[in-house]
Design a protein around this ligand. Structure first.
Ligand SMILES: N[C@@H](CCC(=O)N[C@@H](CS)C(=O)NCC(=O)O)C(=O)O
Length: 248
């Protein structure tokens, strides 16, 4: 295969950063295209028809093949680029454990992103409103998920075993957003000592820092009370609403 891979993504997006980091960690050559999520370009019908009917990123394009959903992109890259076995598992049990994590992740820790989204981005889209119910819902899911991570990290130094896998990157980037937005207090971190050690270790990887620069800048802006200019009027974190689709 000789085509150059294209990654369509946005650096504020947790699953995009995980895929971006996987590409960097493995020295995979790719072209980067930032999709403007702030003006809702990703929701245009032409974008959905061409790339992803959900309008979401990340998206990987390999010649005439398009794949979306971060986990599916990861598995594709694993086979396409023959990644080192620790990323997706050396045998069927390890592979199943990593799959298991990624399925769990999409309905739990990923949904906890609502705590970040409704604390920091909702106001930039819909203006000042009472988002406390959405924040509380995200926070509840986040807390439950973090307790589960803490339990897994009591068994292994990484989420699915001794070595780092794509599961770690996916989980790590959820926490990067919460860290950038100071969603977790010092007391929260203190109650999660294994998660904190694991998070600090992952933060030290050069690729982690490279892909996380923008979200930390965005976090600083929001913590200083600045709005992120957004002209879109729909959620960036679909599925985290109390009432699906609301507020509109
Ligand atoms: N399950 C998807 C989630 C992707 C996702 O939530 N993408 C968000 C950014 S973090 C997005 O594209 N939001 C824009 C929108 O929904 O319009 C994956 O893992 O790839």
């Amino acid at each position: 295969m000789t085509t150059t891979l294209r990654l369509l993504h946005h650096p504020t997006s947790q699953p995009c950063r995980a895929v971006h980091q996987l590409l960097l960690e493995n020295d995979i050559e790719f072209e980067e295209e930032i999709v403007n999520l702030m003006d809702g370009s990703n929701e245009e019908q032409s974008f959905k028809d061409r790339y992803n009917p959900t309008g979401q990123v990340p998206i990987l394009v390999d010649g005439d093949f398009v794949v979306w959903e971060s986990a599916a992109i990861g598995f594709y890259l694993n086979e396409r680029c023959q990644l080192h076995a620790h990323w997706f598992g050396a045998d069927m049990r390890e592979r199943a454990t990593i799959q298991q994590y990624l399925h769990w992740h999409s309905t739990t820790l990923r949904r906890g992103a609502g705590a970040f989204f409704y604390t920091h981005f909702a106001e930039c889209i819909w203006g000042p409103r009472d988002y406390s119910k959405e924040i509380a819902k995200g926070r509840h899911t986040l807390d439950e998920s973090l307790r589960q991570l803490e339990a897994w990290l009591a068994v292994n130094p990484h989420l699915c075993g001794a070595e780092i896998s794509f599961a770690d990157l996916m989980a790590f980037h959820e926490l990067v957003s919460h860290d950038a937005g100071k969603i977790l207090s010092d007391a929260d971190w203190a109650a999660l000592p294994r998660v904190r050690t694991w998070f600090t270790e992952l933060q030290g990887r050069p690729a982690s820092q490279r892909v996380s620069e923008m979200i930390y800048q965005v976090g600083e802006m929001r913590l200083a009370g600045q709005l992120i200019p957004m002209t879109r009027k729909t959620s960036l974190a679909k599925g985290t609403e109390i009432t699906p689709g609301a507020p509109t």
